[in-house]
Design a protein around this ligand. Sequence first.
Ligand SMILES: N[C@@H](CCC(=O)N[C@@H](CS)C(=O)NCC(=O)O)C(=O)O
Length: 195
Amino acid sequence: VKLFFTQNSPYARRARLAARTSGLAIEEVGLGSMREGGGEVLKQYGPGVKVPSLLTDNGVFLTETLIITAYLRDLPDSKLERMSEPQLALEGLGQVLTDALYVRNVEWQKTDCPPSGAIVAKETDRIIRCYDALDAILSDQSANLNPATFSAIAALGYADWRGADDKWREGRNGLAQWFDAMHENVDVAETAPIF
Ligand SMILES: N[C@@H](CCC(=O)N[C@@H](CS)C(=O)NCC(=O)O)C(=O)O
């Protein structure tokens, strides 16, 4: 099994953490920045050309983080847990936050026209609501490693890079402490974005 990733993709970070936590032999294949054509190699496998993506031992090519995570959980001998309802809610919350940060960043980085103020404002409102919800959920939690917490970690790590001006730690000490505690895990630390 081969898992394609880029270091700074928050989606790929979730898949890498799931792969490592599964305890299975998954080969992680690092690609250069997608923005700079790092995904070219993926065109031979399918139309999406996104990370994460995964090539199974049967030669089937999987895309989308949730599908890759489900696949890794369902493999024989996988140590990945099934998520409870509250954990599923957290996994979704992390994804909503990541998607909102991603959409807002696409607006900010447009070069052919100015960013849409309406889109940036709407996504920023959503982003702030998500930070508050994560703070409420995670402040008193111990450092558990599972697909739900991976989703939250990936979103907040991405926010440090692409949403630094949000200053998500301000007024959210519990969440900041939880995030720091999670980074004592070597896999969480190794998969953090570099910028
Ligand atoms: N919905 C996808 C999103 C994956 C995604 O957008 N990945 C970005 C990197 S963070 C990507 O590969 N972008 C390629 C591109 O924009 O061309 C998932 O959940 O896996």
